[in-house]
Ligand binder design. Structure first.
Ligand code: NAP
Length: 240
């Protein structure tokens, strides 16, 4: 196999699926990570691109599952140029301080959104260091910005995305000498099923979001920076 190698989590549907589809269009060999084997769109995509893609099942909230997935990736590809940690969950958006908060749910959200990205990066960092691109992209959110925080709830989600931003900074510090670059990307307000129904209030489609993200990550001359750049899908900067 020649060309570049990418792995994307959260490819059952939404932004992750589109990232996988558009990376194939850019000539990448794609390892697509799904969690629900009943979601078959990714299998159909794989059938359309024989020899250019593999689909593996991984729960990024589970240590063993991530280690198994990373082993499959390292056994079947020579290196990993681009890791996109896209999988995520939302949690409660309504409750505020003083309400009956569900701390177990918050732990589940933080486990997936913050630790999940770190689990994947941790298991694959050596494989990334073998590549030429050496690029890690964490799909964060504007909800992770502390400086611009205006919500009064979404505790699990907002805290998990701030923690995701911090793990990205720590990984960047640790791997800077190896020329690994970490980006924290807000994908925009995207019409996906993350809320349990299609979000019709969203401003953009997954296609537009994924196209923008890949242009920012792969086509732009981004400035070198000590901290991971925290950008939206158009390349506009956000404040941590
Ligand atoms: N949509 C927006 O407006 C928006 C805004 C800011 C940030 N984001 C971020 O963008 C990313 C993609 O979200 P989306 O909008 O595309 O929503 P989505 O369609 O619900 O995609 C999330 C994906 O993550 C998967 N996933 C959930 N838990 C997982 C786990 N434990 N292990 C592995 N995969 C898991 C989901 O699979 P199943 O659904 O099959 O379980 C799904 O494929 C998320 O990180 C989200 O926080 C989205």
């Amino acid at each position: 196999m020649d060309g570049k190698y990418a792995l994307v989590t959260g490819t059952d549907h939404g932004i992750g699926f589109e990232l996988a589809r558009q990376l194939l269009g850019r000539g990448f060999y794609v390892t697509a990570c799904r969690v629900n084997e009943n979601e078959t769109a990714i299998d159909e995509l794989s059938r359309q691109h024989p020899g250019r893609m593999q689909v593996i099942t991984v729960d990024i909230g589970n240590d063993e599952s991530v280690l198994r997935a990373a082993e499959t990736c390292t056994d079947t590809t020579p290196c990993l140029d681009l890791l996109i940690n896209c999988a995520g969950i939302l949690g409660n958006m309504d409750k505020t301080v003083g309400d009956k908060l569900d701390f177990d749910e918050m732990l589940r959200v933080i486990n997936v959104n913050a630790l999940g990205a770190l689990r994947m990066t941790n298991a694959l960092s050596r494989h990334i260091c073998k590549s030429t691109l050496k690029q890690i992209v964490n799909i964060s959110s504007e909800a992770g910005s502390i400086q611009d925080c205006e919500r009064v709830g979404w505790f699990g989600y907002c805290m998990s995305k701030s923690a995701n931003n911090m793990q990205g900074a720590l990984v960047q510090n640790a791997l800077r000498e190896k020329n690994v670059r970490v980006l924290q990307i807000h994908p925009g307000h995207v019409a996906t099923w993350m809320r349990g129904h299609l979000d019709e209030t969203a401003k953009i489609t997954p296609e537009i979001s994924a196209k923008g993200i890949l242009e920012v990550v792969l086509d732009r001359e981004l400035p070198r920076s000590d901290r991971p750049l925290y950008l939206d899908y158009t390349g506009a900067p956000l404040r941590y």
